[in-house]
Design a protein around this ligand. Structure first.
Ligand code: TPP
Ligand code: MG
Length: 367
């Protein structure tokens, strides 16, 4: 029986908090399992460095992902080459697995348009900052895949807060009716900035919302990368090759926690207790997978050390590359949205140019 065929309130688990298997370990090679760990370590290290760059004034703003590596890397691992990813603004780890260079992610958060230029061979849509807007986009893209007879699944990522938006309902409802190859991946990290999960919905789970749209919804331990992989893999396979009595879409609710602030512009200590954070830190996906890999003889001190130096080097190189790009000119903020600027933006640009001429570059560019 598929791991998706379960009560949406019965959370799927593979590893417990100490890394002991409590469910069926998915069929991944030793190398793949170690790579999963390696990428989670890379995402964590990237995150730590990115927050510190922002604090040093070297980056505009940044949404941290620490705590969410299991959900991001575990799910991204489950995609095939031809599949597509529609991210929110926090999916740096998932995007990294898909082949988006770290340098691009850094440039994006440094306010550089080049950060938005996704390489042609990387099947990822640009970051969506407006909450839930990527969900109907993903449904549309999946519908297009189906109409063209292309065998690909479309995974969209969004938060618990996004489930309160109309776009969430519209995207999932349409997907059910048109039976599109979508995987709706909800990162329930317990908070939408300062709004707790309980204030989003009176439903017991977010996964159960799928029942109303007519397809499967599964709750998974989002800090257990192997459970996340198992659920996402089953959903991706079903999206492309459903049984006769199955609908293609799935809603996955990955239950997890963000250890850090919502973004570097947020101070979580004003709305949540340190005790809560400490409780969730015990579920940290990285030591959990590490213990499992060590216990099963797939990882040792030497391998961990080499992974650590590899992550440090890769992140340092990406930072160097991103910082060596020329800073964008301020008027570039007008130049990339439209082929032809609409009149009100033309006016704003002219106004900006006049101010720039009057006050000079120093007034606009901080060094
Ligand atoms: C349409 C829209 N409304 C409000 C905002 C402001 N905003 C940015 S992030 C956020 C909270 C989103 O929470 P959630 O969906 O749980 O995602 P998380 O940040 O926790 O990953 C809000 C309200 C926005 N970006 N877009
Ligand atoms: Mg959230």
């Amino acid at each position: 029986m598929s791991v998706l065929q379960r009560d949406p309130q019965d959370m799927l688990r593979v590893l417990d908090e100490s890394g002991e298997p409590v469910g069926e370990v998915p069929d991944l090679s030793d190398e793949e399992l170690v790579d999963m760990y390696r990428e989670m370590r890379l995402a964590r290290h990237f995150d730590t460095r990115a927050v510190s760059l922002q604090r040093q004034g070297r980056m505009g703003t940044y949404p941290p992902l620490s705590g969410q590596e299991g959900a991001q890397i575990g799910s991204a691992f489950a995609l095939d080459e031809e599949d597509w990813m529609f991210p929110s603004y926090r999916e740096h780890g998932a995007a990294l697995h898909r082949g988006l260079p770290l340098k691009r992610t850094l440039l994006y958060w440094m306010g550089h348009e080049k950060g938005n230029a996704i390489p042609d061979d990387v099947n990822i849509f640009p970051v969506a900052v407006p909450i839930a807007t990527q969900i109907p986009h993903a449904t549309g893209a999946a519908w297009a895949k189906k109409l063209r007879g292309e065998d690909a699944a479309v995974v969209s990522y969004f938060g618990d807060g996004a489930t309160s938006e109309g776009d969430f309902h519209e995207g999932l409802n349409f997907a059910g009716v048109f039976d599109t190859p979508n995987v709706f991946f909800c990162n329930n990290n317990q908070w939408a900035i300062s709004v707790p999960r309980e204030r989003q919905t009176a439903s017991q789970t977010l996964a159960q919302k799928a029942t109303a749209y007519g397809f499967e919804g599964v709750q998974v331990d989002g800090m257990d990368p192997l459970a996340v992989y198992a659920a996402t893999r089953a959903a991706v396979e079903k999206a492309k090759d459903p049984d006769e009595d199955e609908l293609r879409p799935t809603l996955i609710e990955a239950v997890q926690y963000r250890f850090g602030a919502h973004t570097t512009a947020d101070d979580p200590s004003v709305y949540r207790d340190d005790d809560e954070v400490a409780e969730w830190r015990k579920k940290d996906p990285i030591p959990r997978l590490e213990r499992f890999l060590r216990e099963t003889g797939r990882l040792d001190d030497e391998a961990v050390e080499s992974i650590e130096s590899w992550t440090e080097e890769r992140v340092a190189t990406a930072i160097e590359e991103a910082e060596s790009e020329l800073r964008p000119e301020p008027e570039e903020m007008f130049t990339h949205l439209y082929e032809e600027l609409p009149p009100e933006l033309r006016e704003q640009m002219a106004e900006f140019e006049a101010l720039y001429e009057k006050h000079g570059a120093e007034a606009f560019l901080r060094e």
